[in-house]
Ligand binder design. Sequence first.
Ligand code: IMP
Length: 192
Amino acid sequence: MKLVFATNNRHKLEEIRALVSDSIHIVGLHDIGCHDEIEETETTLEGNAKIKSDYVHDKFDLNCFADDTGLEVEALEGAPGVYSARYAGENASFQDNVDKLLDNLKDEDNRKARFRTVISLILGEQQYFFEGICEGEITREMHGEKGFGYDPIFRPLGSELTFAEMSMDEKGRISHRGKATEKLIAFLNKHS
Ligand code: IMP
Protein backbone atom coordinates (compact mmCIF):
# COMPACT_ATOMS: atom_id res chain seq x y z
CA MET A 1 0.00 0.00 0.00
CA LYS A 2 1.28 3.47 -0.89
CA LEU A 3 0.87 6.02 1.83
CA VAL A 4 2.05 9.62 1.82
CA PHE A 5 3.73 10.92 4.95
CA ALA A 6 3.16 14.68 4.73
CA THR A 7 6.70 15.71 5.61
CA ASN A 8 10.03 16.52 4.03
CA ASN A 9 11.96 15.84 7.21
CA ARG A 10 14.32 13.03 6.13
CA HIS A 11 14.95 11.99 9.75
CA LYS A 12 11.23 11.43 10.28
CA LEU A 13 10.89 9.54 6.98
CA GLU A 14 13.84 7.30 7.86
CA GLU A 15 12.53 6.69 11.38
CA ILE A 16 9.09 5.74 10.20
CA ARG A 17 10.28 3.56 7.28
CA ALA A 18 12.36 1.57 9.76
CA LEU A 19 9.23 0.88 11.78
CA VAL A 20 6.68 -0.12 9.13
CA SER A 21 6.60 -3.41 7.28
CA ASP A 22 7.73 -3.59 3.64
CA SER A 23 4.13 -3.96 2.46
CA ILE A 24 3.51 -0.31 3.31
CA HIS A 25 5.39 1.99 0.95
CA ILE A 26 5.90 5.35 2.64
CA VAL A 27 6.61 8.33 0.38
CA GLY A 28 7.35 11.92 1.36
CA LEU A 29 5.96 15.18 -0.02
CA HIS A 30 8.81 15.65 -2.51
CA ASP A 31 8.21 12.14 -3.86
CA ILE A 32 4.70 13.15 -4.98
CA GLY A 33 5.91 16.48 -6.37
CA CYS A 34 4.48 18.55 -3.55
CA HIS A 35 6.86 21.40 -2.76
CA ASP A 36 4.35 23.66 -1.05
CA GLU A 37 4.96 25.12 2.37
CA ILE A 38 1.95 23.93 4.37
CA GLU A 39 1.30 26.50 7.09
CA GLU A 40 0.63 25.19 10.58
CA THR A 41 -1.81 27.77 11.86
CA GLU A 42 -3.65 25.82 14.57
CA THR A 43 -2.94 26.03 18.31
CA THR A 44 -2.98 22.28 18.99
CA LEU A 45 -0.91 19.35 17.74
CA GLU A 46 -4.12 17.65 16.60
CA GLY A 47 -5.15 20.74 14.60
CA ASN A 48 -1.80 21.09 12.84
CA ALA A 49 -1.53 17.38 12.02
CA LYS A 50 -5.03 17.57 10.53
CA ILE A 51 -4.16 20.62 8.39
CA LYS A 52 -1.23 18.75 6.80
CA SER A 53 -3.06 15.47 6.13
CA ASP A 54 -6.12 17.32 4.79
CA TYR A 55 -3.98 19.41 2.46
CA VAL A 56 -2.39 16.41 0.75
CA HIS A 57 -5.64 14.49 0.59
CA ASP A 58 -7.57 17.44 -0.89
CA LYS A 59 -4.89 18.37 -3.44
CA PHE A 60 -3.58 14.94 -4.49
CA ASP A 61 -6.44 12.61 -3.60
CA LEU A 62 -4.07 10.18 -1.88
CA ASN A 63 -4.18 8.30 1.40
CA CYS A 64 -1.99 10.25 3.72
CA PHE A 65 -0.88 10.82 7.27
CA ALA A 66 0.80 13.72 8.99
CA ASP A 67 2.30 14.15 12.40
CA ASP A 68 2.87 17.04 14.71
CA THR A 69 5.11 16.87 17.74
CA GLY A 70 5.65 19.13 20.69
CA LEU A 71 8.01 19.11 23.63
CA GLU A 72 6.00 19.92 26.77
CA VAL A 73 8.06 21.13 29.73
CA GLU A 74 6.31 20.99 33.09
CA ALA A 75 8.09 23.99 34.66
CA LEU A 76 7.16 26.07 31.60
CA GLU A 77 3.49 25.09 31.77
CA GLY A 78 3.71 22.93 28.66
CA ALA A 79 5.87 25.27 26.53
CA PRO A 80 7.25 25.13 23.90
CA GLY A 81 4.51 22.60 23.01
CA VAL A 82 2.89 23.21 19.66
CA TYR A 83 5.46 26.00 19.05
CA SER A 84 8.51 23.72 19.49
CA ALA A 85 9.84 24.29 15.95
CA ARG A 86 9.79 28.09 16.30
CA TYR A 87 10.48 28.47 20.02
CA ALA A 88 13.39 30.88 19.43
CA GLY A 89 11.71 32.64 16.49
CA GLU A 90 10.24 32.05 13.06
CA ASN A 91 13.48 30.84 11.40
CA ALA A 92 15.11 29.41 14.50
CA SER A 93 17.61 26.57 14.07
CA PHE A 94 17.53 23.44 16.27
CA GLN A 95 20.50 24.92 18.14
CA ASP A 96 18.70 28.26 18.73
CA ASN A 97 15.72 26.41 20.22
CA VAL A 98 17.90 24.22 22.42
CA ASP A 99 19.86 27.25 23.66
CA LYS A 100 16.68 29.13 24.51
CA LEU A 101 15.19 26.19 26.39
CA LEU A 102 18.37 25.55 28.40
CA ASP A 103 18.53 29.25 29.23
CA ASN A 104 14.90 29.38 30.36
CA LEU A 105 15.50 26.38 32.62
CA LYS A 106 18.91 27.39 33.96
CA ASP A 107 17.63 28.10 37.51
CA GLU A 108 14.96 25.40 37.44
CA ASP A 109 15.27 22.10 39.32
CA ASN A 110 12.07 20.61 37.94
CA ARG A 111 13.37 19.24 34.61
CA LYS A 112 10.32 17.07 33.83
CA ALA A 113 9.24 17.10 30.19
CA ARG A 114 7.50 14.94 27.67
CA PHE A 115 7.36 14.65 23.92
CA ARG A 116 3.90 14.23 22.51
CA THR A 117 3.15 13.22 18.92
CA VAL A 118 -0.23 13.26 17.25
CA ILE A 119 -0.73 11.51 13.91
CA SER A 120 -3.67 12.35 11.69
CA LEU A 121 -4.47 9.69 9.09
CA ILE A 122 -6.83 9.95 6.16
CA LEU A 123 -7.63 6.54 4.74
CA GLY A 124 -10.53 5.97 2.38
CA GLU A 125 -12.13 9.35 3.21
CA GLN A 126 -12.13 8.67 6.98
CA GLN A 127 -10.03 10.58 9.50
CA TYR A 128 -8.27 8.93 12.45
CA PHE A 129 -5.95 10.22 15.20
CA PHE A 130 -3.18 8.39 17.10
CA GLU A 131 -1.17 9.72 20.03
CA GLY A 132 2.23 8.78 21.46
CA ILE A 133 3.87 10.18 24.60
CA CYS A 134 7.43 9.81 25.87
CA GLU A 135 8.08 11.05 29.42
CA GLY A 136 11.53 12.24 30.43
CA GLU A 137 13.62 15.19 31.52
CA ILE A 138 15.64 18.05 30.11
CA THR A 139 19.37 17.68 30.77
CA ARG A 140 21.52 20.63 31.85
CA GLU A 141 23.86 20.27 28.86
CA MET A 142 23.80 18.77 25.40
CA HIS A 143 24.82 15.11 25.07
CA GLY A 144 25.19 13.15 21.82
CA GLU A 145 25.21 13.98 18.16
CA LYS A 146 22.54 11.78 16.61
CA GLY A 147 18.92 12.63 15.84
CA PHE A 148 17.60 16.16 15.53
CA GLY A 149 15.77 18.96 17.30
CA TYR A 150 15.79 18.70 21.08
CA ASP A 151 17.29 15.17 21.07
CA PRO A 152 20.62 16.19 22.70
CA ILE A 153 18.85 17.60 25.78
CA PHE A 154 16.01 15.08 26.21
CA ARG A 155 16.63 12.02 28.38
CA PRO A 156 13.69 9.60 28.42
CA LEU A 157 12.55 8.23 31.77
CA GLY A 158 14.53 5.11 32.80
CA SER A 159 17.42 5.82 30.42
CA GLU A 160 20.90 7.15 31.06
CA LEU A 161 21.22 8.33 27.49
CA THR A 162 19.66 11.26 25.69
CA PHE A 163 17.84 10.59 22.43
CA ALA A 164 20.91 11.99 20.62
CA GLU A 165 23.08 9.26 22.15
CA MET A 166 20.80 6.45 20.97
CA SER A 167 20.65 4.67 17.64
CA MET A 168 17.58 5.32 15.53
CA ASP A 169 16.24 1.87 16.44
CA GLU A 170 16.70 2.40 20.18
CA LYS A 171 14.98 5.79 19.99
CA GLY A 172 12.16 4.43 17.85
CA ARG A 173 11.33 1.71 20.35
CA ILE A 174 10.54 4.17 23.14
CA SER A 175 9.89 7.50 21.47
CA HIS A 176 6.67 9.48 21.19
CA ARG A 177 6.68 9.06 17.41
CA GLY A 178 7.51 5.36 17.76
CA LYS A 179 4.50 4.85 20.04
CA ALA A 180 2.12 6.86 17.87
CA THR A 181 3.45 5.01 14.82
CA GLU A 182 2.94 1.63 16.50
CA LYS A 183 -0.73 2.51 16.92
CA LEU A 184 -0.92 3.70 13.31
CA ILE A 185 0.69 0.50 12.03
CA ALA A 186 -1.54 -1.77 14.12
CA PHE A 187 -4.49 0.09 12.64
CA LEU A 188 -3.18 -0.11 9.05
CA ASN A 189 -2.46 -3.82 9.37
CA LYS A 190 -6.02 -4.37 10.47
CA HIS A 191 -7.52 -2.22 7.73
CA SER A 192 -5.27 -2.88 4.70
P1 IMP B 1 7.10 18.82 14.10
O1 IMP B 1 6.09 19.89 14.01
O2 IMP B 1 6.53 17.48 14.31
O3 IMP B 1 8.10 18.89 12.96
O4 IMP B 1 7.97 19.07 15.41
C1 IMP B 1 8.18 20.35 15.89
C2 IMP B 1 9.55 20.48 16.47
O5 IMP B 1 9.68 19.61 17.59
C3 IMP B 1 10.71 20.13 15.55
O6 IMP B 1 11.16 21.22 14.81
C4 IMP B 1 11.78 19.67 16.51
O7 IMP B 1 12.49 20.78 16.99
C5 IMP B 1 10.96 19.08 17.64
N1 IMP B 1 10.90 17.61 17.51
C6 IMP B 1 9.93 16.86 16.92
N2 IMP B 1 10.20 15.56 17.04
C7 IMP B 1 11.36 15.49 17.73
C8 IMP B 1 12.17 14.39 18.15
O8 IMP B 1 11.90 13.19 17.94
N3 IMP B 1 13.29 14.72 18.82
C9 IMP B 1 13.66 16.00 19.09
N4 IMP B 1 12.96 17.04 18.70
C10 IMP B 1 11.81 16.79 18.02
